[in-house]
Design a protein. Structure first.
Length: 253
């Protein structure tokens, strides 16, 4: 009977140790991707970023969050003017925007079950957004070539160079954003180093937008930079609870 009890105790201890190996230990590094498998803004399976974590022990971890993305569009058109001379015209519009996010934070982990832990923590960092739109066109022998820096648009239909303040209707896209958030989430270790989870956060964002700059020529004549100068100061503030349906899939090593 004593041998049976001893054997049972050894099995239970071995099983507990086996479960414990699924969770990070001191010196463990994890990497993961966060993605949204649901339709959002007509995009499916959008990858939101890459996260790295270093565990000082089973409870304390330092995190590094990296996010990046590039988007571009191109539109071309051509035709003939009904001016009696059959003047040909063509136009090309290209718009491109990019962003880079860097965040550093801390997590405190709490054991809930052999393969499940929850954590609380915080993160701070920044996001840099760049943007550029170029417009090229020819009408007969007249040529227009414009570059809008720190601005992203698919048509620029609101731009009229003959207005007193031609940039009034254009809001710059390029910006520097400071991010600060409190967060909580959970990790479920499915098999050895493989785990999944979700995260929720309360975030504060402050943005400073870059001034819009216009370069090039209109109808073959270089633009007057003083007329198209933007001296406006634009800032933004956003405080929101984020509970996006994102899934975290990671690996520890």
């Amino acid at each position: 009977m004593k041998k049976l009890l001893l054997a049972t105790a050894v099995c239970l201890l071995a099983s507990a140790n086996s479960f414990a190996q699924y969770k990070p230990e001191a010196g463990t590094v994890t990497t993961e991707i966060q993605f949204n498998p649901f339709n959002q803004d007509n995009e499916n399976f959008s990858i939101d970023g890459l996260k790295l974590r270093y565990f000082f022990n089973e409870k304390h971890a330092l995190r590094l969050n990296l996010g990046f993305g590039v988007s571009s569009n191109k539109f071309s058109d051509e035709g003939v003017l009904d001016d009696g001379n059959d003047t040909k015209w063509n136009s090309d519009l290209k718009s491109k925007t990019g962003n880079f996010t860097l965040g550093v934070g801390y997590e405190y982990h709490i054991d809930i079950a052999p393969r499940l832990s929850v954590y609380v923590g915080g993160e701070t960092g920044f996001t840099i957004t760049t943007a550029k739109t170029t417009v090229k066109g020819e009408t007969g022998s007249s040529e227009t070539d414009l570059t809008f820096k720190n601005y992203y648009d698919d048509n620029i239909s609101s731009f009229d160079p003959d207005e007193t303040d031609p940039l009034a209707g254009l809001a710059p896209t390029g910006a520097f954003t400071y991010n600060l958030k409190a967060l909580t989430g959970f990790d479920f270790y499915m098999y050895k180093g493989l785990y999944c989870g979700a995260e929720f956060s309360l975030g504060l964002q402050t943005s400073k937008y870059k001034n819009l700059k216009l370069e090039g020529k209109i109808d073959g004549t270089d633009i007057d930079k003083d007329k198209f100068k933007d001296d406006s100061k634009r800032t933004g503030l956003n405080l929101a609870f984020k509970a996006a349906p994102t899934i975290r899939l990671g690996w520890k090593f």
